[in-house]
Structure formats: structure tokens, C-alpha cells
Write a protein that binds this ligand. Sequence first.
Ligand code: CA2
Length: 151
Amino acid sequence: MNIYVINGPNINLLGTREPEIYGSETLDDIEKKCLEQGVKDGHIIKFMQSNYEGEIVEWIQNAIKEKVDAIVINAAAYTHTSIAIHDALKSFSGFKIELHISNPHLRETFRHVSYISPAVDAVVAGLGPNGYSHVIELLNNLNSQRIGKLA
Ligand code: CA2
């Protein structure tokens, strides 16, 4: 499969502070593990991070154009605000997984709302930095069965 892993604002700061919430790995460490898992499973993975909402929208549009099979997205704070990313994801017909390192439902109430969840097939949250490679592994089995897909 061809997979885009898209990361939103401030995720480039992973490993620099708040290790009790996000762990101590850097984004480079996470990318490395993710790509290793991808090679093991025979996937082509493009790993991206941006602090700009419009750039994330363009990457999703690019995934549509390039007929990418799956998007894994940690939209970070844009999860809780972005109708633009919601709309772009709705237009992508491949498999979509919303990913969070922490479990936003155990945190401040403003993190309890996700504009991304209604536009994706599945949500994975609270598994720490390892969530990324777990999700890549999961995609092997989930690709052919989009059970419960309402979006
Ligand atoms: O748990 C997640 O993965 C989040 O998407 C992370 C976002 C947060 O806004 C979401 O509610 C949940 C924040 C990412 C910022 O990460 C930092 C890590 C270390 C230092 C500073 C920021």
C-alpha cells in the first residue's frame, strides 16, 4: 500500500517537553520506526509534518490525486478546530485513520471534540508514540474490510 502519515502543528517538538503526555521519542525516532514497519509490511510510506493548516489540506488533496491507499493523520490541535481538514478528508476515498499519541478524552474538555473523527474510518488514541507503527501494522488487515464505515 501507498500510505501518507500526516502530522499537524507542534508535533515537530516531540521529545523536547511534556514527556509524561507524549513520551520522550522525537518525531524523527517515530518516523524511523514507522518506515521500518512499512518496509517489513511492503508499504511505501510518506511521513510528513506541518504547522500550517493549508499545507495539510494540500497534502490530502495530493493523496487524492496520487490515488494513495491510506492516510494516517495526527492533526494535533487542528483536530479540535479544522473544518478545512475535515472537508479534505471527506473527499479522500481511501482508508483513513485518525491517530493521537495521548488520549484527548482524558485531557482538557476542549480536546474532547474532534472535527476529524466524523471524516475517518477509525480512531486510535492513547498508545503513545508506538501508536504510529501499530497503526501501520493494523492497515495490513483493515484495508479490505471497511466495517462500520459511515463517513
Ligand atoms: O495526543 C496527540 O497526539 C495530540 O494530537 C497532540 C496535540 C494535541 O493538541 C492534541 O489534542 C492531541 C499536540 C501536539 C503538540 O506536541 C508537543 C509535544 C511536545 C512539546 C510540545 C508539543
